[in-house]
Design a protein around this ligand. Sequence first.
Ligand code: AHR
Length: 340
Amino acid sequence: MRIMKWLSSIGLDKIVIFTIIFNLTACGTTTASELPKATAQGTPADGKKGYHDLVVGFAQIGAESEWRTANTISIKEEAEKLGVELRFSDAQQKQENQIKAIRSFIAQQVDVIGVSPVVETGWKSVFQEAKEADIPVILVDRRAFVPEELYTTYVGSDFLEEGRNAARVMVGLLGGRGKIVELVGTVGSAPATDRYTGFREILEDYPKIKVIASASGDFTQAKGKEVMEDFLRIYGDDIDALYAHNDDMALGAIRAIEEYGLKPGEDIKIVSVDAAHGAFEAMIAGKLNATVECNPLLGPQFFDLALKVVNGEPVPKRIKSEETIFFPHNAAEILPTRKY
Ligand code: AHR
């Protein structure tokens, strides 16, 4: 009462009473945006975790291609948007670094581990360690050769079908006859193995089309150029077409072909995989004949799966991305709509 008398004497009593009443009223009508963020995502109400409760470790391969950069951005941006705490590691294309990152995520007791395995083999022990620590592993983009119980789900492209699609396009470009050189991705990686196999499955029906040379460019522009220079040195004008397992290697090869004095896209037909911006620019310039889509924008699906898994909800064991093929005739029109 003494305080009220004093507030009244200095003319502040009404303001203080109004403030107290306003605060009490507001307590009863809190809006979603005023709640702590995890609550706004539905956490405590149903006893399930929300995105803001999630701590996710992601063991990325590296930054070998435009595709990979887009994949990393998709994961980081989605984590930020959803409020997930993301612990991200870039392995610089080395499996031992990815394994170290996974072990460190286990030690940190993250809720979920995402990994894009650089090669298929050599994951059994570390995935087993994650399982023993009760941390689900989600494969993103590339598969690993491990027993099914060691990972929860696998989201990514159908690399075999990408290889088949590349061959279907190539058959049309060559009119059923010709000599192809092939730039293979990282040796031992799921996309390199499947794109190699899928391509040959279709070519079996076309005996007049031959793959005369095949070597790895490790999914990078620099190595793609280097290997194409070797192909040109050995086979020169005999080469009718190039099949590159990704756009970056095709772009490197395009430079090698130009330096050699031939016209990419005309003298040597080129089909690659990914459908990244660089490929669209090359198609617009008439230097690339087709690119088979491989979607890197897996962030939204990955975190959706991570949350479901943590909350004990069922998820499919395999989720395939839907993809298409792009050609030069409408590349200029389509390019502005592309997100990577
Ligand atoms: O695993 C997907 C492949 O990895 C992409 O085709 C390639 O560009 C990337 O490096």
